[in-house]
Design a protein around this ligand. Structure first.
Ligand code: FES
Length: 111
């Protein structure tokens, strides 16, 4: 089943993406050309995949593991609904999800 996820880029532009259940949110964002560096490729060692989940969607996501919470403590611009995109598997229940990439985000691949 296709799932629509909208990313709000650091400039405030909405980018709608279509992906499949089972896809990884970091990979979906990267495939859409969004500035999500993902340096550690999902090892929870960098927080460069930090996204802010729209408040109304936050409770739909499975809760973050303690290691993820620890990494988010280091993420620039972290908020209450922050998550690491690399830890989010897209599911059918997330159809319509909206996440923002914080303005503080910095993608070294683009320098
Ligand atoms: Fe490094 Fe997500 S890619 S923590």
């Amino acid at each position: 089943m296709s799932v629509t996820v909208t990313f709000i880029d650091p400039r405030g532009h909405a980018v709608a993406t279509t992906c499949e259940a089972g896809d990884n949110l970091l990979r979906v964002g990267q495939a859409a050309g969004l500035p999500l560096e993902g340096t550690c490729e999902g090892q929870m060692a960098c927080s460069t995949c930090h996204v802010i989940v729209a408040a109304e969607w936050f409770d739909t996501l499975p809760p973050a593991a303690e290691e993820e919470e620890d990494m988010l403590d280091f993420a620039a611009g972290a908020r209450r609904t922050s998550r690491l995109a690399c830890q989010i598997e897209v599911t059918a229940a997330l159809d319509g999800l909206t996440v923002s990439i914080p303005g503080e985000s910095h993608d070294a691949r683009r320098m």
